[in-house]
Design a protein around this ligand. Structure first.
Ligand SMILES: [Zn+2]
Length: 272
């Protein structure tokens, strides 16, 4: 079963009807997992199973959202990948998506849907209309998850024309597009000096709300200068900025394939 469907079925079985009822420790206990908190080195969580019982060890974090994601991720491994032991860099999208570790991706997807099931997450997004990063932070608080986890879930929800990306001074670390955004739109690998994200990273200038930007600031495509998009950014981890882009111009969805951006590079990240 698809990890997302599996997680959401569990939420249904438990008759959970609000975000604050998603107690991952209770769900873990019900699934036969004992949770221990212990400093780990080189990973954030481990899972070891014995018969019908398992022990998940979670490295304590200052962010309860990250701990909760780790627990949900290990529940995913236990329910979907029984018989194996795991040492996980949970919620590390660079590690888990770029390294193409299938089981880690599945556990992340499971965790994402367990903590933010569509039946609860979609109404929260809808209520925020076109959420900026501050709205997403409020939703993150409501679901007790990290801002990054909410941003990724928003992109995968595919209800809005959103791209989320993370950059540092070296360039693009990872990005995720709503699946309905044409793959021809190719993000710049380095931050453009005219982007708000550049100002934030290099000068600390905050970007409090979504604001218009020429699309050429963000895309390598030659015709990007014909369109406008919306950008907002926020510091995520040290030296990294989380960027939220909205492709609001419907014309950006009507243009065809662009032969001038790297085909081979498409194939690397098309699943995003
Ligand atoms: Zn894992």
């Amino acid at each position: 079963m698809n990890p997302a469907v599996r997680a959401e079925s569990l939420i249904n079985e438990l008759c959970i009807s609000s975000a604050n009822e998603i107690d991952v420790e209770v769900i873990a206990f019900d699934s036969g997992i004992e949770i221990l908190y212990e400093r780990l080195y080189g990973c954030e969580a481990t899972l070891v199973g014995f018969g019908s019982k398992a022990i998940a060890t979670i490295s304590p974090s200052s962010s309860r959202g990250r701990e909760r994601f780790s627990i949900a991720h290990e529940i995913g491994h236990w329910l979907m990948h029984r018989g194996k032991s795991f040492r996980c860099r949970v919620d590390d999208i660079v590690q888990n998506y770029e390294a193409n570790i299938q089981l880690e991706k599945e556990a992340d997807l499971f965790a994402s849907h367990l903590l933010m099931p569509t039946c609860l997450f979609q109404p929260a997004i809808k209520a925020a209309n076109r959420p900026g990063l501050r709205d997403l932070q409020e939703i993150a608080n409501q679901f007790d998850v990290s801002l990054q986890a909410v941003s990724i879930r928003l992109a995968l929800l595919d209800s809005l024309p959103v791209i989320v990306a993370c950059y540092n001074k070296a360039g693009l670390k990872w990005s995720l597009k709503s699946p309905h955004i044409p793959k021809r739109w190719w993000l710049c690998q380095k931050l453009d000096e005219d982007s708000f994200a550049y100002d934030l990273l290099y000068s600390g200038k905050l970007c409090p709300r979504l604001a218009k930007q020429p699309a050429e600031t963000w895309f390598e495509n030659d015709d990007a200068d014909q369109y406008e998009i919306l950008e907002q950014c926020m510091v995520s981890t040290k030296d990294h900025v989380l960027v939220l882009l909205y492709l609001n111009d419907p014309e950006m969805f009507n243009v065809g394939f662009d032969p001038n951006v790297g085909k081979s590079r498409f194939s690397v990240k098309t699943s995003w």
